[in-house]
Design a protein around this ligand. Structure first.
Ligand code: SF4
Length: 344
């Protein structure tokens, strides 16, 4: 009953999205990874650019990683991009069609594996992400988040899934969770499954499930220097296995407790590059937020004449500002460039 009402509503109201025009497992996989922690509207242009450049797994597998990363630049959670490329290189041109094989691939967890199987291979699986989980908790009238209740929701959704249209069932719940049944707003009257929903019958649905208060987000103070030599700027590539892996950035690092930013920047540049800088010019402050912390970046500028002592463990480049267009940079570095362009 719930399933039929849901699918009837979905047939008339489903969002028109580029990855819904295909059943190609590769395209479903890429869209699902891009959609993790990211809004649909943000993903659409990224997905289109990606598919224009890398329409098949083989083409993606052969592509240079810097180019692949440039297509991901700004989407965040860069390990997703690294895992996609690694997976493409490990495959023989096609994505497997069993849960056990999919789950072994880098970056593919239970949710993604089941969603690919349901949408691309029409298998009876329910990929439960936060949207589906929230709808399930509300349908069952469950408040407390626990492993036991999470499992009840999964089993319940598997039980009510329409066996002939597993992909549509998953996508209908996704659409419902991002329209009528959001975490902080519900519209139960027009919701197609209001009759079967315990949360709306019992109480205020927004109380289902209970939301734990998050920890306050700490701020990390950082000093960064844009170093210029012969009208070129120094950028360094972050190690692939670290946060923002593979992206290019201006050198710098954490300001120690009690340390002056002017002292920190000289120390950090010496430690990272072996270059000695003296009295760099302070040009401004950049603030940026990541998922678990904020950074406050004190930005400096320095023109260096002698670079013979340079010694850097990771890849580095001297590049013109125009040359930066070809590299993938973290968002905070674009904010730095805006300050730099005004200050220089
Ligand atoms: S009736 Fe309300 S709470 Fe229940 S699924 Fe629909 S929108 Fe969500």
């Amino acid at each position: 009953m719930i399933s039929q009402q849901l699918l009837g509503w979905y047939a008339l109201n489903k969002r028109i999205l580029p990855w819904r025009e295909t059943k190609d497992p590769y395209k479903i996989w890429i869209s699902e990874i891009m959609l993790q922690q990211t809004q649909v509207a943000t993903v659409v242009p990224y997905y289109k650019r990606w598919m224009a450049s890398f329409p098949t797994i083989e083409i993606l597998a052969r592509a240079n990683y810097n180019d692949v990363l440039k297509h991901w630049e700004g989407l965040g959670y860069y390990s997703r991009c690294k895992n996609i490329h690694l997976t493409a290189q490990s495959l023989n041109g096609s994505l497997p069609n069993t849960f056990n094989e999919l789950i072994k691939l880098p970056g593919i967890g239970e949710y993604t594996a089941k969603t690919i199987l349901a949408i691309a291979y029409n298998q009876q699986e329910v990929g439960v992400d936060t949207n589906l989980e929230r709808v399930g908790f509300r349908l069952l009238g469950l408040k407390k988040k626990s492993k036991f209740n999470n499992n009840r929701v999964k089993k319940f959704l598997e039980k009510i899934q329409d066996k002939s249209k597993p992909g549509d069932f998953n996508q209908a719940l996704m659409d419902l969770g991002s329209s009528f049944c959001q975490a902080k707003a519900v519209h139960c009257e027009p919701c197609p499954i209001t009759d079967g929903c315990k949360a709306t019958l019992n109480d205020n649905p927004l109380k289902y499930p209970e939301i734990k208060k998050g920890k306050p987000i700490p701020t990390v103070n950082v000093a960064v220097c844009i170093i210029s030599h012969n009208k070129k700027l120094l950028v360094m590539q972050r190690p692939k296995d670290k946060m923002l892996g593979g992206l290019w950035e201006f050198p710098g690092g954490k300001i120690e407790n009690g340390e002056l930013k002017e002292v920190a920047v000289i120390r950090e540049i010496k430690e990272e590059t072996n270059l000695k800088i003296k009295d760099p010019k302070y040009i401004g402050e950049v603030r940026h937020q990541y998922s678990h912390f904020k950074v406050s970046i004190s930005l400096f500028y320095y023109i260096i004449d002698d670079i013979r002592s340079i010694k850097i463990k990771e890849n580095y480049l001297w590049t013109t500002i125009k040359g930066l267009d070809k590299l993938a940079l973290p968002k905070a570095n674009y904010k730095m460039l805006q300050i730099f362009n005004k200050a220089k």
